[in-house]
Structures are given as C-alpha cells and as structure tokens.
Design a protein around this ligand. Structure first.
Ligand code: ZN
Length: 278
C-alpha cells in the first residue's frame, strides 16, 4: 500500500469546531492542507461572499458542503420546507465551488415508527432536488450513517442502500448523484468491499476518515483520530482507489471529550502526522 498523497488531505471543519470558518481557512493555509469541507452554519456566520473570496484567494479545494438532506417530516409543509432548505444548500455549495453537497438524509419524524415510510420520503426528496442539483452542476453525495443513527439522523444506513437509490434516481450514473464513504459509518459492513467496487469512480464523491474507538462512549461525538481505533484505514483507502476514486481524504472528527477540547493547531499537526500513516 503506497502512502496517501499529502496533497489530497482535506479538513472537515467540524474537526476544528472551536474555529470560525475564517480561522479554519487560515489554519489550512498555515499547515499546508489543500482541501476543506465547510459547514453551513459557519458559512452563514462568515457570509457567503466573504467565504467564497477567502476560499478562492487561498486556493483551497472545497471538498464538500455539509449538509443538505433531512427530508422526512410529519406533514407536507415540513417536507416542503426541507426541499426549500436543500435548494438553498445547493446554491451555497455552487457559490463556494464545492465538489459535492453532502446529504445526511434524515431519520423518522418525531413520534413515527414508520421506517419504510421515512425511506420513501428520502427517495422522493432526493428525486425532487436532483434536477436543481444538475442545473447547478452540484453532485449530491448521499452519506449512509451507522444504523445506530437510523431513527434521528439518517435512515439510509449502508452503502448498498445508498447505491440502490443512485441506481433508481440516476440510472445512467451521470455523476450527479453518488455517495460519501465515511469510514466511521461503514467500516463494519460485510458488503463494504463489494459496494465500493459497485459504486465506481462516478459515484464515489467523498472519503471521510477518522477512527472507531473501543470502547466508544457516544453515538455521535466520540470519534477517534486515525490510528487510535480499530478501522483498517489503509485497506479502505485501497478499496476506494481500486474503484477509481481520486479525490480527497477528508478528516472528519466529532470529539466532544478529546479533540474538540484541544488547541486546533495541535489537532491539525496530529491530523497531518496520522494521515501519512493511513
Ligand atoms: Zn462524514
């Protein structure tokens, strides 16, 4: 396994949660990190025009915008509001030159026990926004989330499920719809190798890396730095590359008790060092 290309390292800005977007952009420049994935709350805080200018002026590749999705709702008005928000997300992603819009598709509406219905709503939601995304030339990346988050975050839980949606909604594999492979969510899947191969270069839109700690203490906010857990990161990167993925490797770490507490410059130094070994 050849080491990863240092030029393909990207910072998902949630990893340095203390920083504003402006600070994260400066941090990437200071540490020689060429890619960044942006969150919409921080983008709005900085302002779309200022952020676009700063990202361009510093030559950063915007590896994604987090996030669109959250389609299921209890009623038609809620579903409509979600679609409108996704349209705004597509516009923002286009403005900052993002390579894809990440879709965290949403779970079941509060009080619902209808998982199949939620999945149906997700299908309809993506089908509705796909035309707008095509016009904006903005690929939509469905991110399957670990099944522990099926109820509240995303009812698409495996790469196989996500790719079934891609086959249904974009059967020609035009590149308009694909998947984000986040190792934290899919590392355990016995179908991982087969599904990454199935996705192929056209549908592999993002690769999110971190590690799975043992024991893990929180369903969302206890991700590890690469090398501190049990995920075979070189193997998964190898599967991605074998399938034709040539994009960035994006470090995305939600870590309430550890990395979010540290000095973000220390986080970036650790991230660069660990990346070289995975
Ligand atoms: Zn992710």
């Amino acid at each position: 396994m050849t080491p990863p290309d240092p030029a393909l390292l990207s910072l998902n800005a949630i990893t340095t949660k203390k920083w504003t977007l402006a600070e994260a952009i400066d941090g990437c420049v200071r540490h020689g990190i060429g890619g960044i994935t942006v969150w919409r709350d921080r983008l709005q805080e900085m302002g779309l025009a200022a952020a676009t200018k700063a990202l361009r002026a510093n030559g950063l590749a915007v590896t994604g915008l987090c996030r669109g999705g959250m389609f299921p709702a209890a009623d038609a008005a809620g579903r409509r509001a979600s679609i409108e928000d996704n349209y705004r997300a597509i516009d923002e992603a286009q403005a900052i030159g993002a390579r894809c819009l990440i879709l965290v598709v949403g779970g079941m509406p509060p009080g619902s026990r209808d998982l199949a219905g939620a999945r149906e709503q997700v299908k309809e939601g993506i089908a509705t926004i796909l035309g707008r995304a095509r016009e904006a030339n903005m690929p939509l990346a469905i991110e399957p989330l670990h099944p522990m988050q099926a109820a509240d975050r995303a009812c698409i839980n495996t790469l196989g499920q996500a790719l079934d949606l891609c086959d249904l909604l974009d059967p020609q594999a035009t590149g308009a719809l694909g998947v984000a492979v986040d190792v934290y969510h899919v590392w355990w899947d016995p179908q991982l190798e087969a599904q990454i191969a199935r996705a192929g270069a056209k549908r592999l839109l993002a690769h999110h890396i971190c590690d799975w700690l043992v024991p893990t203490t929180d369903l969302a906010f206890d991700r590890g730095m690469m090398g501190d857990g049990v995920i075979d990161l070189p193997r998964i990167r190898g599967l991605m590359e074998k399938a034709g993925y040539r994009g960035y490797n994006e470090v995305e770490i939600f870590s309430q008790r550890d990395w979010w507490q540290r000095d973000p410059d220390e986080v970036l130094r650790a991230m660069k060092q660990r990346y070289a070994a995975c």
